[in-house]
Design a protein around this ligand. Structure first.
Ligand code: ZN
Ligand code: ZN
Length: 337
């Protein structure tokens, strides 16, 4: 028989959210609940949604009277298969936002939420930990990542009410709700998740390729906007930064691959900006960009001149940059007097 308070999890609920709801139903804190049912397991000083101890999963499955698979499915670990080269204990998993665990505090804004969904279900969902999910597909609202009153990151395990800020008790669902349509990047990456679950085909090629594409552009300050500093990895950003990165990605993948070539040309990006190996669909587009010259491995001037002329004649992507770089290199270097 199921123990009182251990009701069924909400669809797509995070394991951490479920434990907090059980604690609230039993009139206790998340900390005391876990000390009682899972003694000796540190639960709230780690990111259990990313990496839950097996013993904890078994305890929860037992109490809730559901299968171990169902509880495992409430964590993000299944999605890690989309990034097979990532070590299970790596600090950052591609596309999964970091919450910045520091003891029982959360220092980063890696848990987003839709105010309408949270108000309706009183639960935090798995999709809200994904760095590319910035809009709620159901309500077409902008996701939030903090308390609107005090600005603290949401930390359900410290909350006594699912919709109230742990720090100032402010209503997390209050305030205006700006609309946001689901962008192209969010759609592509979300479909990778559903494909992975249904067919086990190779959605990881899109999953990792879009990450490499974003990093090539977002990882460097724009030449056009001289004051823009280098950006941090999307998984470490807050929802506003992630939204900006996703709009950048949306722009690159629309009218593929022409927009990529245009943007690379504008920013002076060549093949060296991309980490390798690239999946075939991305590699085919990137190969059309200028090769770039690793330090000390430049071609001879006459070979470069021929290549520049060829690029100019065929108007291949990046020909302007290639020509400008070649011309600049011909200017004699002045060494300090
Ligand atoms: Zn919603
Ligand atoms: Zn607050």
């Amino acid at each position: 028989m199921r123990t009182a308070g251990w009701d069924r999890p909400v669809a797509d609920e995070l394991l951490s959210s479920y434990l907090v709801r059980v604690a609230i139903a039993q009139g206790t804190s998340a900390h005391r609940l876990c000390a009682r049912y899972a003694p000796g397991i540190s639960v709230w000083t780690r990111d259990i949604d990313r990496c839950a101890p097996e013993r904890l999963i078994r305890v929860v499955a037992d109490q809730a009277q559901v299968s171990v698979d169902r509880i495992e499915g409430m964590c993000l670990s299944g999605w890690r298969e989309l990034a097979p080269r990532t070590h299970p204990m790596a600090a950052i998993t591609p596309w999964i936002s970091a919450v910045g665990t520091y003891h029982r505090l959360r220092r980063r804004y890696g848990l987003h939420y839709c105010p309408a969904c949270l108000e309706q279900d009183g639960a935090f969902l798995r999709g809200w930990r994904l760095s590319f999910v910035t809009a709620c597909p159901m309500h077409e609202l902008q996701l939030r990542d903090r308390c609107g009153s005090c600005g603290e990151p949401v930390a359900p395990h410290r909350q006594g009410v699912m919709t109230r800020c742990w720090h100032c008790q402010g209503d997390l669902c209050a305030g205006s709700r700006p609309l946001e349509k689901v962008g192209l990047g969010q759609r592509w990456l979300s479909s990778c998740l559903s494909q992975q679950l249904s067919s086990r085909s190779a959605p990881s090629e899109i999953w990792l390729g879009l990450k490499q594409l974003l990093e090539a552009f977002a990882g460097r300050p724009s030449r056009r906007f001289a004051d823009a500093g280098p950006r941090i990895r999307i998984e470490l950003g807050d929802v506003q930064t992630q939204r900006a990165d996703m709009r950048l990605l949306d722009g690159l993948i629309a009218q593929w691959p022409r927009n990529l070539w245009r943007a690379a040309d504008r920013q002076g990006l060549n093949q060296l900006a991309f980490s390798s190996p690239l999946p075939p669909w991305l590699d085919a587009a990137v190969r059309k960009l200028p090769a770039g010259h690793p330090r000390g491995k430049r071609a001879t001037p006459s070979a470069r001149l021929k290549a520049v002329r060829r690029a100019e004649a065929t108007l291949s992507p990046g020909w302007r940059t290639e020509r400008a770089e070649f011309l600049l290199d011909q200017v004699p270097q002045r060494h300090g007097h």
